[in-house]
Design a protein around this ligand. Structure first.
Ligand code: ZN
Length: 175
């Protein structure tokens, strides 16, 4: 004899969801078919995927459980579940994607050897904080160098890693 508390812990969570579910709910998740297993289970192994289009949204899965008859062994009663595997993949959260791609990098201008002055026309070094191996030397980025004040040697920029190189955004405040 199994104590009641243990039995409750062993309840399959999908069966709770199933009990509350009608076809309208399942359809709202993009699932239009059901997976039906014969209640004879071990002895029969028969299962089928059925289209739900013939039933209205109010159809409760538990009612289908009771009414289903196995086409193989004739047993009445079946285990009916939404065919979750056909559920479409979730839409990526755009804000998360943007946050994952934008990083802060340090742009460091070269110093002219002869004069010791900052040379804003020379190639500059980029140092990413999060992924230092993506550091590199860039040139012909007037939009970046224009955001540095005369004589200023380095600044932080928002940047996005794309096609193997950094695309620079706006300058951000120094910490
Ligand atoms: Zn069967």
């Amino acid at each position: 004899m199994i104590p009641a508390t243990t039995r409750r812990e062993n309840v399959d969570p999908s069966s709770i969801e199933r009990a509350a579910g009608d076809l309208g709910h399942i359809r709202s998740h993009g699932v239009r078919r059901l997976l039906i297993y014969c209640s004879a289970g071990l002895y029969c192994h028969h299962s089928a995927i059925v289209d739900t289009d013939r039933w209205p949204d109010e159809t409760v899965l538990l009612d289908l459980d009771r009414r289903a008859a196995c086409t193989k062994c004739g047993m009445i009663g079946a285990d009916v579940r939404p065919n979750w595997s056909e559920r479409p993949p979730p839409e990526p959260d755009r804000r998360t994607v943007a946050a994952a791609m934008k990083e802060i990098v340090v742009v460091c201008l070269a110093i002219e050897a002869e004069t010791g002055m900052v040379d804003s026309a020379a190639p500059f070094v980029v140092i990413p904080f999060q992924r230092p191996h993506r550091g590199g030397i860039y040139h012909n980025e007037p939009d970046v160098t224009a955001q540095l004040r005369p004589g200023e040697r380095q600044a932080r920029f928002e940047a996005e890693w794309s096609d193997g190189e950094w695309k620079f955004g706006k300058r951000v405040a120094d910490p």
